[in-house]
Design a protein around this ligand. Sequence first.
Ligand SMILES: [Zn+2]
Ligand SMILES: [Zn+2]
Ligand SMILES: [Zn+2]
Length: 254
Amino acid sequence: MKIRLLGTGTSQGVPVMGCDCAVCLSMNPKDKRLRTAALISQNNTNICIDTGPDFRQQLLAAQTKNLEAILLTHEHNDHIIGIDDIRPFVFRQNIDMPVFGLKRVLDDLKHRFAYTFANSPYAGVPRILVHEITPFQEFTIANIPIKSIDVTHGKLKILGYLFENLCYITDASYLSDETIKLIKGVKYLVLNALHHEPHQTHFNLSEALEMIKIIEPKQAILTHISHHMGLHEAVSKTLPSNVILGYDGLEIEI
Ligand SMILES: [Zn+2]
Ligand SMILES: [Zn+2]
Ligand SMILES: [Zn+2]
């Protein structure tokens, strides 16, 4: 299995429009962060986690030829608004794209993309087949076992996803004991870390590092990063040996 971080930025992306801080002006490609999403690949099966506003350019960069399913973490714009761009895959593969998520998230999707769920939609819509899942539900996509996990994002209940040796969590501000128990000792953990200051709906860096200490993965990769985090190179030097700051295009063999 391979994971590619398609995007590692918070909702506004980095650089932030009009900002002239050192991070936004940095020439280091690792300081350019599209909105957070990831691609999981195994045996020519590709699964996208979230479809934010940068979906099209992210899958072009990944040279993705086929897409088998989408896992949604939650309904915030930076995680779903690019879903119309699944059309090339839907047309070429002649499928209704399976999209997994909580009922609330899928209801929101149906509301915001009503044209694709209409009774007799026009021919060019991104055809979607929704699959409702609940926290701690096991399911498979092309024989790949997956378990949804309960994640708290401010006041919102959202999902993370656990594969055999990989756990993917974004937009968390709290993890329940049940979730921690389930993922403790996982080999690879992707976890969000916004910046240094405390934030109501996202772990900041020290909270994320604290969580990583408890979960004890072999390797943790930070994502959903804001320009306030600092320069990639400088921040990377401050992290524990089993933690790296994610960057767009990072691929890890699991
Ligand atoms: Zn987000
Ligand atoms: Zn900036
Ligand atoms: Zn969010």
